[in-house]
Write a protein that binds this ligand. Structure first.
Ligand code: GLC
Ligand code: CA
Length: 539
């Protein structure tokens, strides 16, 4: 397949609010990010995915944009953003911005115009429907991702507008050519500022056909992406990664095979969705099922063809990787490294979410008032009013609430974890005195240095990037074992993803390239809890 530099590169995701505060207001900002670029450089990453920093009323922490070409004052100014792009470039780091295409803030000028009258030229930028005879919203009325109806009545014109997320995030009408053109203009403007591309927020939702009741992966999706690619991405060779909860290997290929001219790659969520309860979703989560995971992995690795995906365990919407897929107690260090080794030995570009590289864990705040996320707060109040027990709700929030990923980055053991001089906008995880970057930097075998080693290894060992994938022991309940083959070379990855020792026998020899329990001489033998090794099988 045709090779791209970003196949072997590593992306680091920054959630700006929680990364580094520079001016002592308790909120992370762009100058704060600039001050940490040397750290990212040392880690070896090539690309930053920057979560939204645009002007926003922050109903959903910036995923509700009121001006796509302005920076939110709490994060800095446009000059700061330009300085960041420049300072990153000087260190060989590219920036991809987060692009929210599906919806805007209700404070965006387009929506203000749109809601003002039925005749306004911006009316059709959004999706409006008349109430029925009883004054009710249209029949197609699913529950919004943040609770409540997807339709909100706007008094001014007496019609309902459509929103898949909060009512402050009205969905754009992508059927309207003016919406497409307006967005293309914004995209090109940003690319001209020197960014390398975009992460496209919930992009599979833009092709919807609500009258047919289709939201995800709708009939207009591919055409819209192809147009966007022709008008914006292709001419500027932008890197794009779509957030696609509905992805299957088949739809992922349609969106990412280079000859189709849509996206560079996408995030698929099967390993996350397997944790969700059929009815209550993530709020009554199920334990991680290794055997099911292996089936998913094998399918994706073998069927993606010349399409491309991202490899990730966590992001700003997900609980901490080590708490979910590893062991946040006794085996925090080995399990965090094991997860990294799996991720970096697969086909697909690895994405590290801030703090993952030091094994940051989930948080448990005592009181619901300590939580900040709109999704968590809406869920809490809705379920309380439906009679769910407090404890039941909190258990769900502890395990899957998005604020797990949003506690401040733990830089040091000093006040506020070195994140800020002031009280942060959201509480710290109180384990910051043990788990922090300062500590990781002085321990030669820290999780951080394991990531550093893996980032470097992927750049120099193509078998991890392009090798054919073979799953071994698909039914073993403890071990995840796979091989990668490329021409004459082969790698073997053996991981005990359990807290009990496991035995593995293998007929052949290999040399350990990375491991998390010292240097192994033999492939066969006992594997310690969460022991993981990448072997070079030679040729
Ligand atoms: C995506 C974002 C999430 C946001 C939602 C609505 O899933 O990652 O943070 O709340 O879209 O924009
Ligand atoms: Ca600040």
């Amino acid at each position: 397949m045709s090779q791209q530099w970003w196949h072997s590169a590593t992306v680091y995701q920054i959630y700006p609010r929680s990364f580094q505060d520079s001016n002592g207001d308790g909120m992370g900002d762009i100058p704060g990010i600039i001050s940490r670029l040397d750290y990212l450089c040392k880690l070896g990453i090539s690309i930053i995915w920057l979560c939204p920093v645009y002007a926003s009323p922050m109903a959903d922490n910036g995923y509700d944009i009121s001006d796509y070409c302005a920076i939110a004052p709490e994060f800095g100014s446009m000059e700061d953003m330009q300085a960041l792009i420049k300072a990153a470039k000087a260190r060989g780091i590219h920036i991809i911005m987060d692009l929210v295409l599906n919806h805007t803030s209700d404070q965006h000028e387009w929506f203000q115009q749109s809601r003002s009258s039925k005749q306004n030229p911006y009316r059709d930028f959004y999706i409006w429907r008349q109430p029925d005879e009883q004054g009710q919203p249209p029949q197609f009325n699913p529950t919004s991702y943040f609770g409540g109806s997807m339709w909100t009545l706007d008094e001014q014109t007496g019609e309902y507008y459509f929103h898949q997320f909060a009512s402050a995030q009205p969905d754009l009408n992508w059927r309207h050519p003016d919406v497409q053109q307006a967005m293309h203009k914004i995209i090109n403007w940003w690319l001209q500022q020197g960014i390398a591309g975009f992460r496209l927020d919930v992009v599979d939702l833009i092709g919807k056909d609500i009258d047919a009741g289709i939201l995800a992966n709708g009939p207009h999706l591919h055409k819209l992406l192809q147009n966007m690619n022709q008008q914006c991405f292709a001419p500027q060779q932008a890197i794009t990664v779509g957030e696609v909860w509905s992805a299957t290997p088949e739809t992922a290929k349609l969106m990412t095979r280079p000859e189709r001219g849509e996206l560079s790659m996408l995030f698929q969520f099967e390993h996350i969705l397997q944790l969700h309860h059929p009815e209550h979703g993530k709020w009554r989560a199920r334990p991680f099922n290794l055997i099911a995971f292996k089936q998913q992995l094998e399918r994706w690795q073998q069927q993606i063809g010349n399409g491309w995906i991202a490899q990730f365990w966590g992001n700003h919407d997900l609980p901490r990787a080590v708490s979910t897929f590893g062991h946040e107690g006794d085996y925090r260090e080995p399990s965090a490294k094991a997860l990294a080794m799996i991720q970096f030995a697969l086909k697909g570009t690895p994405y590290i979410y801030q703090g993952e590289e030091i094994g940051m864990t989930n948080v448990q705040f005592e009181h619901i008032d300590d939580y900040r996320d709109i999704e968590t707060l809406n869920h809490y109040h809705e379920k309380r009013s439906q009679g769910w027990a407090e404890e039941d709700i909190m258990t769900g929030i502890f395990r899957h609430g998005r604020d797990n990923a949003r506690t401040p980055m733990q830089w040091s053991a000093s006040a506020h974890a070195g994140f800020s001089k002031a009280e942060p906008w959201i509480g710290l995880n109180d384990n910051f005195q043990q788990i922090n970057v300062g500590q990781a930097l002085v321990e030669p075998d820290s999780i951080l240095y394991c990531y550093q080693q893996l980032i470097a290894l992927r750049k120099t060992w193509p078998v991890l990037v392009y090798g054919e994938f073979f799953m071994l022991l698909p039914d073993d309940p403890q071990l995840l074992v796979f091989k990668r083959h490329l021409a004459e070379e082969a790698a073997l990855v053996v991981v005990n993803l359990s807290a009990e020792p496991a035995a593995f026998s293998y007929n052949g020899h290999g040399e350990q390239v990375v491991g998390n329990y010292g240097n192994r001489q033999q492939i066969s033998g006992h594997y310690q809890p969460y022991e993981a090794v990448i072997f070079d099988l030679g040729d």
